[in-house]
Design a protein around this ligand. Structure first.
Ligand code: MG
Length: 158
């Protein structure tokens, strides 16, 4: 049996870097505002995994009104979601992600992002895809007020 999940996240951007994305710290003049490093990419992947296994969402696992979650590493939350999906009997086939950011240009970071995500999830690098889109200079993404990410993940039952 196979199951698909979808994840989405958005965070506001504020003045001053660096930008934490996909478990990487990227030199930039803006940063994402929010709990647990505000890593939109890892948060979207976490929700996609939980969704595929029908195990709830990131907000249920890590409520943002719980002070223990304030500085929690996004990679730790993703690994917790992975552990939950593994315990439910699922393994990852592949995931495909899109990051929406007007800046910085993410093409130089795509390979490192895939490597980092594959490392966190313990899957082959070929199972991970990261794409990047700008906001075409319009809307909250284009005005650099926000960064967002989407992810779809496919799981198979063992
Ligand atoms: Mg988030």
């Amino acid at each position: 049996m196979q199951r698909v999940g979808i994840g989405h996240d958005i965070h506001r951007l504020g003045a001053g870097g660096p930008l934490v994305l996909g478990g990487l710290t990227i030199e930039h003049d803006r940063h994402a505002i929010g709990h647990s490093h505000a890593d939109v990419l890892l948060h979207a992947i976490t929700d996609a995994l939980l969704g595929a296994a029908a195990l709830g969402d990131i907000g249920e696992l890590f409520p943002d009104d719980d002070p223990r979650n304030r500085g929690r590493a996004s990679s730790e939350m993703l690994q917790a979601a992975l552990a939950a999906t593994s315990a439910a009997g699922y393994q990852i086939i592949n995931l495909d992600c899109i990051v929406f950011a007007q800046r910085p240009k993410l093409s130089p970071y795509k390979a490192a992002l895939c490597d980092r995500i594959a490392g966190i999830l313990g899957v082959d690098r070929s199972a991970v895809s990261v794409k990047a889109k700008t906001g075409e200079s319009v809307g909250p993404i284009g005005r650099e007020e926000a960064i967002s990410a989407q992810c779809v993940v496919l799981l198979h039952a063992s």
